[in-house]
Design a binder for this molecule. Structure first.
Ligand SMILES: [Mn+2]
Length: 357
């Protein structure tokens, strides 16, 4: 098992790479989407939060895909810092919203994703994490819920307000959209859109040597903001795997999200999916409670026994990258760094004690 760190776009620089190395990481997962652009209630020194029904920020430029040069440059700089670039996490809504929406630009957006995947292959970046979700990560609240009053996020009940036109995945892709809201679709329709996406994108991913890794729905509820969710119980990941028997059809397995689910058992789920060899990389995060009433916690204070999770992964021969997902904000001048350093130290300690590396 390899220890990694996830870095947001504004963190892609040497001081953050050195921080990761100092904390014992060998690998990085990076975000190229800037979630924080013009976002109110969305400070950059935290995970993207937004308000309960307020989007993270403005999506990127629809006409500017990440270039092969840009990807190679980032990879080179990360390697110069002594780290390996394992994955890019998430697609920009500006580049693929009509795949999610089955909109008029769907064909163009499929080409966008294929182009990005090909460029990642050329740049030697083996994993693209994605989140096939209309409402996205939203409807959460922040407060001093962590140990010692650390600021964390959670959920205080379901959020049913509809998604405004021009917003997808909790980001604004069209600030001039006509007034109105996104019509509700069925779960079957959402699965149909995912299946169509994978059918188109997987052959390109296989040829490029890139794995597409699906994050489960966070928060995991059947509907959020009147839109259906795909993977909101642990067993639903199996349906996604079974859509295509390709090694490029993989999981970005999020332990915190699985633990928030109302059915199943997080240990059984980690065991089941790690046995199948389809996990590209892992998000580790602890929580108390179940959706829609839960709190994110420090890695060592929630409902989940993280040492047990890591031992299941080791027993099943999982040899991929594990990264902290979100961490509480610790009270100091650098709350993000402190939360991540604490989480990384904890994971590294457990791995060393179990000789699981
Ligand atoms: Mn996650």
């Amino acid at each position: 098992m390899k220890l990694g760190l996830g870095l947001y776009r504004h963190m892609l620089s040497r001081p953050y790479y050195d921080f990761a190395r100092q904390a014992g990481c060998t690998h990085l997962v990076i975000h190229l989407v800037d979630y924080f652009r013009q976002g109110k209630s969305n400070p950059r020194d935290n995970q993207p939060t937004g308000g309960r029904c307020e989007p993270w920020g403005i999506a990127g430029n629809p006409n500017e895909l990440w270039t092969a040069e840009e990807l190679s440059k980032i990879r080179r700089e990360i390697e110069e810092a002594g780290l390996t670039l394992e994955a890019i996490e998430n697609l920009d809504p500006a580049h693929w919203h009509d795949i999610l929406l089955d909109g008029p630009r769907r064909a163009d957006h499929l080409e966008n994703v294929k182009t990005i995947v090909r460029r990642m292959g050329e740049a030697g970046i083996p994993v693209l994490g994605y989140n096939f979700s209309l409402a996205g990560v939203c409807g959460r609240v922040s407060g001093p819920y962590g140990r010692g009053g650390a600021i964390t996020v959670g959920m205080d009940g379901a959020v049913d307000e509809p998604v405004p036109n021009g917003t997808i995945w909790n980001m604004i892709y069209d600030a001039n959209a006509a007034p109105g809201t996104l019509p509700t679709i069925s779960h079957d329709e959402l699965w149909r859109r995912l299946a169509g996406f994978l059918e188109e994108a997987l052959p390109t991913a296989e040829a490029a040597g890139v794995r597409l890794a699906a994050h489960p729905d966070d928060p995991p509820l059947p509907f959020v903001r009147q839109q259906p969710r795909l993977v909101y119980q642990p067993y639903m990941y199996q349906r996604l795997i079974d859509l295509a028997p390709s090694a490029s059809n993989a999981l970005e397995l999020c332990v915190g999200t699985l633990a928030e689910m109302t059915e199943g058992d997080v240990y059984e789920a980690v065991d089941r999916y790690s046995k199948q060899g389809r996990i590209a990389y892992i998000h580790l995060r602890n929580v108390t409670g179940k959706a829609p009433h839960y709190r994110e916690t420090f890695i060592d204070e929630g409902d989940v026994d993280m040492a047990r999770i890591l031992s299941i992964l080791a027993r099943n021969g999982f040899d991929g990258v594990v990264i902290p997902d979100h961490a509480p904000q610790m009270s100091c001048e650098s709350p993000w760094h402190a939360g991540m350093a604490h989480t990384l130290g904890f994971i590294a300690g457990v791995l060393q004690a179990r000789q699981a590396r």
